[in-house]
Design a protein around this ligand. Structure first.
Ligand code: ZN
Length: 169
């Protein structure tokens, strides 16, 4: 059994669900990993939200905020393998957990890296490199997706509203 997460298939983001605690308390409520779930059904599992463990309390607070933010979205519950279905899409996911996986979108959206060079500098400061960093094929894929996501963000969020975005294409 690996770590368990809630995944939003609409936003391509995920959050730590609390590993063994999630597995046991959600299984008691009839929820098994790899299922589609609703935010409503998870929020209704009293046992899952009732813990006195301080580490779990803060983890679950983040998970609860996540479920409320993604209420009504297509959610799944399961392990890290979802990131690789399909295989190449791992670089498109954002981890919204308290201690997030450093995937390309993390650098773009959380560390506010505006260019790949910014990201390279940021990785150099990390105590441990991301798992996809030392494999050239994975790193090149990450860079390609980072650039696509960076441009997509630019076109949807930045610049004056009157700017005709076709001029950039
Ligand atoms: Zn969502």
């Amino acid at each position: 059994m690996n770590d368990l997460y809630f995944f939003c298939m609409d936003c391509k983001s995920f959050v730590d669900a609390g590993y063994r605690w999630a597995y046991s308390s959600l299984a008691d409520a009839g929820m098994k990993p790899n299922a589609f779930v609703t935010a409503e059904s998870i929020l209704a599992v009293e046992k899952y939200w009732s813990t006195s463990d301080p580490g779990l309390i803060s983890l679950l607070a983040v998970a609860k905020t996540y479920l409320l933010q993604h209420f009504g979205h297509r959610l799944r519950y399961g392990d890290f393998d979802f990131l690789f279905e399909p295989q190449e899409e791992w670089a498109d996911w954002l981890d919204e957990s308290k201690n997030p996986e450093e995937l390309p979108r993390y650098f773009l959206e959380r560390e506010r890296c505006l260019t790949w060079d910014d990201l390279v500098k940021r990785v150099a400061q990390l105590p441990i490199e991301p798992w996809w960093w030392s494999d050239e094929k994975l790193r090149l894929h990450a860079k390609a997706r980072f650039d696509v996501l960076r441009l997509a963000r630019f076109f949807t969020s930045a610049g004056p509203v009157t700017t005709d975005k076709r001029q950039f294409l």
